[in-house]
Design a protein around this ligand. Structure first.
Ligand SMILES: Cc1ncc(COP(=O)(O)O)c(C=O)c1O
Length: 393
């Protein structure tokens, strides 16, 4: 009773004092352990949302906490007026892994896209960016203009000009949209927010060839796909290509805020002193968290686990025989189950039964669990999901 009252009190406070921009169920997530989270009343949930692809190493990771605590005790915000060891070490790691050369650190996905847009425009001296229908790049004005969904842009116009949207997974549409003013193409290797849309295996290679042919930049938004989630550190590594710029965030610091824009030497040197900046970007706490996260992804072979467990999850989801399911798709631990109707009821029923799943674009159940997930946890999730979906039929 005390817990119930406490939960109600906190939700009432939120309703009264917070801008109501999120739709939330009446649950307060209190703490976590690996792939499980617990609410204020102590109820346990299997977490297949993974903080929307941010919780790379699992919740409540003690070694991670120790690493970050050590940095917090040392210093948190010395500012970007001075050099920083954690920043330099992280920049070296990311440059080596990406095959690109230089990093700019910020605090979120949308900021890493903003930096990419500014860099592409400054480097090319051109203003147009080709983006994709159904693409999502963030909520600030540059990334919002690159985003497709009209509903989230319309109340805030006018948008930043210079963006055209073409069909995803259609190289001819990109070719047609190129003009003398085109600076770059921006694209997600797998579209996440619009429901885990996986393009053909050749698409990134075709984009690379087209961008090279026309002398324009290829900007990859790997905010959701990077950090090992698809089985390689960057999704573009499946296609054996390199972008000119890649934007990363979400899972890089295991849930602490960070964004990074990584570019080739040639492009990166167009950003000179004073061209861009961020007070908190590259702070030593987030950078030490990211350094620890990357080391763990590599030493614990989490990319391999993402590939194996992703295949297993897809196989088990495909075994659910239901008229409600249209398609199961994905790569690694970025998986979507498209339903024939709205999935809200299924998400709520799963929540009741102790399973967190998320809905992308109304009809797609999206699964983005920590990269540490095991077959046993997937099996337990499938039992709940199967029961809920079969009850819907
Ligand atoms: C592909 C992609 N780009 C950009 C963003 C924006 O990231 P953030 O919410 O950290 O600003 C997201 C967030 O979902 C995303 O999935």
């Amino acid at each position: 009773m005390a817990n119930k009252n406490n939960t109600e009190r906190i939700i009432a406070l939120e309703k009264k004092h917070m801008m109501q921009t999120y739709t939330r169920p009446a649950v307060i997530i209190d703490h976590g352990n690996g792939c499980y989270v617990f609410d204020k009343s102590g109820k346990k949930y299997i977490d297949l949302v993974g903080g929307i692809a941010t919780c790379t190493l699992g919740h409540g990771n003690k070694e991670f906490a120790e690493a970050v605590k050590g940095q917090i005790a040392k210093i948190t915000s010395p500012s970007n007026l001075y050099h920083s060891e954690q920043q330099a070490l992280l920049a070296e790691k990311l440059s080596n892994i990406s095959g690109l050369d230089r990093c700019f650190f910020s605090n979120s996905g949308t900021e890493s896209v903003e930096a990419a847009i500014k860099l592409a425009r400054k480097h090319t001296g051109k203003s147009e960016i080709i983006a994709m229908k159904h693409g999502f790049h963030g909520r600030t004005f540059g990334s919002l203009a690159a985003t497709w969904k009209e509903k989230i842009k319309a109340p805030f116009g006018p948008m930043l000009p210079g963006f055209v949207h073409v069909d995803y997974n259609d190289i001819k549409a990109v070719e047609k949209a190129i003009s003398k003013q085109t600076a770059a193409v921006i694209v997600e290797p797998i579209q996440g927010e619009s429901g885990v849309i996986v393009p053909s295996g050749r698409y990134l290679n075709q984009l690379r060839e087209t961008c090279d042919k026309h002398g324009i930049l290829l900007v990859l938004d790997e905010i959701q796909t990077a950090c090992g989630r698809t089985g390689k550190f960057f999704a573009y590594q499946h296609a054996c290509i390199k972008p000119n710029i890649v934007a990363v965030a979400k899972g890089l610091a295991n849930g602490l805020p960070i964004g990074v824009t990584i570019a080739t030497e040639k492009v990166a040197k167009s950003f000179g002193k004073g061209d861009h900046g961020s007070t908190f970007g590259g702070n030593p706490v987030s950078c030490s968290a990211a350094n620890f996260t990357i080391d763990e992804i590599i030493s614990k072979k989490l990319m391999k686990n993402a590939a194996l467990m992703g295949d297993y999850l897809i196989k088990k989801l495909k075994e659910i025989d239901s008229a409600s399911i249209k398609e199961v798709r994905g790569k690694g631990l970025m998986v979507g189950m498209e339903l024939n109707g709205n999935g809200e009821k299924i998400v709520n029923k799963c929540l009741e039964k102790g399973l967190l799943v998320n809905l992308a674009s109304e009809k797609v159940l999206r699964f983005l669990p920590p990269l540490t997930i095991t077959k046993g946890i997937i099996d337990d999730s499938i039992i709940i999901l199967r029961e809920v979906i079969e009850n819907e039929d």
